[in-house]
Design a protein around this ligand. Structure first.
Ligand SMILES: C[S@@+](CC[C@H](N)C(=O)[O-])C[C@H]1O[C@@H](n2cnc3c(N)ncnc32)[C@H](O)[C@@H]1O
Length: 309
């Protein structure tokens, strides 16, 4: 059996996408249901219902009992009652597939799909699945560039995992994100004890920090937006402060080009930057001793600059 057959690669995402679109998923979440129940409720053929349920069972998304098929915990991320940050990456992955289907149009127009409020929730849930090893490695790499930072600004902090790790290590952390994200995650950030500011990194940043960091944000910026962000990061720092953003650098990361295709479905302005382009942009903003370093055990690089004393 060919490993690279289309039905052997990401079939679960394709199938769950179709189940979400048809309403099969909704039927299952209200289960237990039989194949004829699903066929009737979702308006699909009985053949499609039978085959889909069998495949979902083999994939571990449903299990069969005497009363029919029931969703397993693997589908909890699709339940509206599941906490926003506990929904996992799967619902967002299905959105990504949806957006890939729009690629021909996105390629022609240069636009990107709008984030609906529900889509933003799914995006944040996906971002919250960043693993602890990656979070610790990003924070440790930043601390190598600037040991024991007292005041840290985490730009585009999203669910706040990286902010929380800096806080756990004793820093006074401010997390900044765009207003819809700050509103959506207000109670989560408050529970985590994070000091949160709404803003736009391309416009302005709060000041007075000795370390400014961001992770997985800048690939959505055009070169002009990147330049504006780097200038704002420079202004946000005290003299002697350090800036580090964590990304996939085009000529340093094996998956950068694939990710660039993914970014076509995320942002209208994104750009893949080389190490030289990052360092040039940092230096244009006033940073010195610029460097691009590996973030160990992650697919990321740290792009580092220092503000002179
Ligand atoms: C891929 S998520 C990464 C979240 C977090 N840094 C992490 O690595 O887990 C990118 C984050 O950057 C935020 N973001 C994007 N553009 C931004 C901007 N112009 N200003 C501030 N935040 C922005 C997004 O809302 C999102 O929360």
């Amino acid at each position: 059996m060919a490993e690279d057959s289309i039905y052997n690669k990401h079939l679960d995402v394709f199938l769950l996408w179709a189940c979400r679109e048809t309403g099969i998923l909704e039927e299952l979440l209200d289960g237990p249901v039989t194949a004829p129940d699903v066929a009737e409720g979702a308006g699909v053929t009985e053949r499609a219902a039978t085959v889909s349920l069998a495949a979902l069972a083999e994939m571990g998304y449903v299990e069969e009992s005497a009363d029919g098929y029931e969703a397993t915990a693997e589908l909890d991320g699709f339940r509206p009652e599941t906490d926003v940050l506990e929904r996992g990456i799967l619902p967002h992955r299905i959105d990504s597939l949806d957006h890939y289907m729009d690629l021909p149009e996105l390629m022609e127009t240069g636009e990107a799909p709008e984030h609906t409020e529900a889509g933003l929730r799914r995006y944040m849930a996906a971002m919250a699945t960043i693993d602890d090893t990656t979070v610790r490695s990003i924070v440790t790499t930043a601390e190598h560039a600037h040991p024991r930072p007292e005041r840290v600004l985490d730009v585009g902090g999203g669910p706040g995992k990286i902010s929380e790790e800096f806080a756990r290590r004793g820093a006074d952390v401010t997390t900044l994100d765009i207003p819809p994200v700050v509103d959506l995650l207000e109670s989560h950030h408050a529970e985590a004890g994070l000091d949160v500011v709404a803003g736009d990194a391309r416009e302005s940043l709060p000041e007075g920090f000795d370390l400014v960091v961001s992770a997985r944000m800048i690939l959505s910026f055009s070169p002009e937006e990147l330049g504006a962000y780097f200038e704002n990061a420079f202004d946000a720092l005290e003299p002697g402060g350090t800036f580090m953003c964590t990304e996939r650098v085009w000529d340093r990361s094996e998956i950068a080009t694939n990710f660039a295709v993914h970014m076509l479905t995320v942002s209208p302005n994104g750009h893949m930057y080389t190490e030289a382009e990052y360092r040039e942009a940092l230096e244009a903003a006033g940073f010195v001793d610029t460097a691009v370093r590996e973030v160990p055990d992650t697919p990321f690089q740290g792009i580092v600059g220092h503000k002179p004393d």
